[in-house]
Design a protein around this ligand. Structure first.
Ligand code: MTE
Ligand code: MO
Length: 565
């Protein structure tokens, strides 16, 4: 039983001017505070549940659901604001910091929403959801909303809807009950809820003190639960755990630590050039989910159906049974600004998509593939492209190991020459259809082709690593990368101040699908200088020098660097 609301029974008996304190009900401001304090405990309990049993972490699922339903421009504005702030404040690798900022934003919004509901519960007129029972029901209703949002964006919720649903109803209901009970307690004139009758009516000041004491205790209790929940969450296995290594033979011979294929090349990267090969752990990450989906190999299969002769399901072992192909690949996000870090190069392993399509037998009316993922992401690919380009591969390994969870475990696709937005991770279905359409980001205003634009970047002007050439001239190594999708790079040129463009030396790339590391040993003059770089792709097309923003089709413009020597 919950304590009764005593407001009326302790109504003032003396002259109104003398004693109005105790009957002054706790207002919406207090409700917001209580809602917020208790939301911290709720979030923490949800977090512990998520880590221990995989139940939904509602603050993130609600946030992801919101991002899915808001109009494209709003979402894009939000992403731009976050990545802009990350770069402006120089918070480190863009992808990592932006994900952290996104999570902070999700938690902040959760707290704000809880404060709003708390305020509402305190402001409701008597009898309508103000007592503990009503508040519990309101909390449970919010939990139902969280459940529906989670169903839409989180595949784990769909796998176990009853557990997830009951858990959210109970935990949000519990939050509501605690808010309702706090309201009763704050309305009561004295401390012990059962001792109120005996106690003399307190003065205004005493009541304020009592309220403050209660709020401090509530905050303390909430903090204890919060810390406990976070502790439990941290102790148990979470989505950061790497996927199990494949049971059968590892997919690849080569992996990091071995010599790169261009190890013997004459052109060495200038000191300070980014690593030519990216470890999977260091690969950038961009996606629409706040927590990467946790997929277990045993629960997963790829369905290939639609306009095919023999619809089929493939588990990982079935895909690994095909003769694997391996390629060094550079992947870039369309949101990567000129000189940005949302671009990386690692070794991809998988099975050519055309092999799978051959096995299921395409029907003549099938013109497009709808490739979709457990997180609700999807893209279309013309059948003709998939059949014509054997480089297009269903990828299950990076650097000879299963894909990291955040980078698409167990399966993602590689499509040459286009930005990452055209290449779904966490794929679970390929449907052959008779019509193409806009993919997830295309629907939200990004370029339909999303073909990689040629770009070149100065990573380093190594003034600390001056070299002396054969003729005794001292030179500063300048270097970086250039990338033009699958077109390759034919030439890179460097300009100092208003001087002529001079050709840089190119290191042979890891493959025809990766960036090229370039180097220019600059016979410098002391003073202040501005260096710029530009490139020409493998088809003889120069990069676009005019500045364009990342949206809608990828950034263009020159990368430049100011130095003083
Ligand atoms: N399922 C799914 N696949 C996805 C995305 C996503 O949000 N969901 N984001 C795409 C985008 S925009 C990019 S840039 C690449 C990034 O891949 P990475 O995170 O492994 O670097 O994944 C692509 N594939
Ligand atoms: Mo992207």
């Amino acid at each position: 039983m919950s304590p009764p609301d005593r407001t009326d029974r302790t109504a003032p008996t003396g002259p109104p001017s003398a004693r109005r304190g105790p009957s002054e009900p706790p207002g919406p401001g207090l409700g917001a505070l209580v809602g917020l304090l208790l939301a911290a405990a709720l979030a923490s309990v949800l977090f512990a549940g998520h880590r221990a049993w995989g139940t939904p972490f509602a603050p993130f699922d609600l946030f992801d659901g919101l991002a899915r339903v808001l109009p494209g421009p709003v979402v894009t504005f939000g992403i731009d604001a976050i990545t802009g702030a990350v770069r402006f404040l120089d918070l480190g690798p863009t992808a990592e910091a932006a994900k952290a900022a996104e999570r902070a934003l999700a938690l902040g919004l959760f707290g704000a929403a809880a404060a709003a509901v708390g305020a509402l519960l305190f402001a409701l007129p008597r009898g309508v959801g103000r007592g503990p029972l009503g508040a519990t029901l309101v909390g449970a209703a919010v939990g139902l909303g969280a459940f529906l949002a989670s169903l839409a964006v989180n595949p784990a919720t769909g796998d176990r809807p009853v557990v997830a649903g009951l858990w959210l109803l109970a935990s949000f209901g519990g939050w509501g009950a605690a808010v309702g009970w706090s309201r009763v307690r704050l309305a009561a004139p004295t401390r012990g809820p059962m001792g109120a009758d005996a106690a003399p009516p307190p003065s205004d000041g005493a009541e304020r003190l009592d309220r403050r004491r209660f709020l401090v205790r509530l905050g303390g209790a909430s903090a204890v639960v919060t810390v406990a929940g976070a502790g439990v969450g941290a102790l148990v296995r979470g989505d950061a755990a790497p996927p199990a290594a494949p049971g059968d033979a590892p997919p690849a011979g080569w992996r990091a630590g071995n010599e790169l294929p261009n190890a013997g090349a004459d052109v060495r990267p200038a000191p300070g050039t980014r690593p030519e090969y990216t470890l999977p752990e260091e690969h950038y990450r961009i996606d629409i989910v706040t927590f990467a989906p946790t997929i277990e190999e045993a629960d997963w299969s790829l369905r290939v159906d639609g306009l095919v002769e023999r619809p089929a399901s493939y588990d990982l072992a079935a895909l690994r049974a095909y003769e694997p192909v391996h390629r060094f690949v550079t992947l870039s996000c369309i949101s990567n600004p000129v000189g940005g870090d949302l671009i990386d190069t690692t070794r991809w392993t998988g099975v050519p998509l055309a092999r799978i399509l051959g096995d299921v037998g395409l029907r003549p009316d099938g013109t497009h593939l709808r490739i979709s993922s457990v997180d609700g992401f999807f893209e279309y690919l013309p059948v003709a492209t998939a059949l014509a380009d054997p480089r297009i591969m269903l990828t299950y390994a990076w650097d000879g190991r299963p894909l990291p969870r955040r980078n698409g475990y167990p399966l993602r696709i590689f499509v040459p020459d286009v930005y990452g937005m055209k290449q779904p991770k966490w794929i679970d279905r390929i449907e052959v259809v008779d019509q193409g359409s806009a993919g997830f980001w295309v629907e939200r205003g990004w370029d339909a082709e999303a073909r990689v634009r040629a770009t070149s970047v100065i990573d380093t002007v190594a003034t600390e690593a001056v070299v002396t050439d054969e003729s005794g001239r001292r030179r500063v190594p300048v270097g970086g990368i250039a990338y033009a999708g699958a077109r390759g790079i034919e030439r890179v040129e460097v300009r100092v101040d208003d001087g002529p463009w001079r050709e840089a030396r190119l290191r042979p790339p890891l493959s025809d699908l990766t960036w090229v590391v370039w180097r220019y040993d600059w016979a410098f003059e002391a003073g202040e200088h501005t260096l710029a770089v530009r490139c020409v792709d493998g088809r003889g097309t120069p990069q676009i020098e005019a500045r364009e923003p990342v949206r809608p089709a990828g950034a263009t413009g020159l990368s430049s660097e100011n130095v003083s020597i």
